[in-house]
Ligand binder design. Structure first.
Ligand code: ZN
Length: 130
């Protein structure tokens, strides 16, 4: 079963999409399986990280910006090569185990859509395999 979601993003953000993923799993009726969360964009990504302290997300974006600065040597005419680098570093998808009809996540884990070159209207997919 495939679910498609859309969201409007700011310039950069980590948007918590855990609720959407939980709803997709529930609607699929799958109790034991795998869930793939996939981002079809080249300057965005999907990650799993802490959902308790909102400063973690801010620090992650800060760290990614320090790690992947916008370099004057970049050739890509669109001018967003740093965002492409962050997208590749974070990755386009995450696979999550489904058990007892729920995603297997740690207490402090959330699933995030990462925007590195917004604002844009973005999509992500949730594929449920049972
Ligand atoms: Zn580009």
């Amino acid at each position: 079963m495939l679910f498609e979601f859309s969201l409007n993003t700011p310039a950069e953000a980590m948007v918590n999409i855990t609720t959407e993923v939980r709803h997709a799993i529930k609607e699929s009726g799958v109790n034991e399986g795998i869930c793939v969360v996939y981002c079809p964009h080249t300057t965005a990504g999907i990650t799993i990280n802490e959902n308790a302290d909102p400063d973690v997300v801010k620090d992650m974006l800060l760290g990614l910006n320090k790690t992947f600065p916008d370099l004057p040597e970049f050739r890509h005419a669109e001018g967003n090569s740093a965002a492409h680098l962050k997208s590749t570093c974070v990755g386009a998808e995450k696979s999550i185990i489904i058990s007892k009809g729920k995603p297997v996540l740690g207490t402090w884990q959330g699933i995030y859509f990462c925007e590195f070159d917004g604002p844009r209207t973005r999509k992500f997919y949730v594929k449920i395999l049972g």
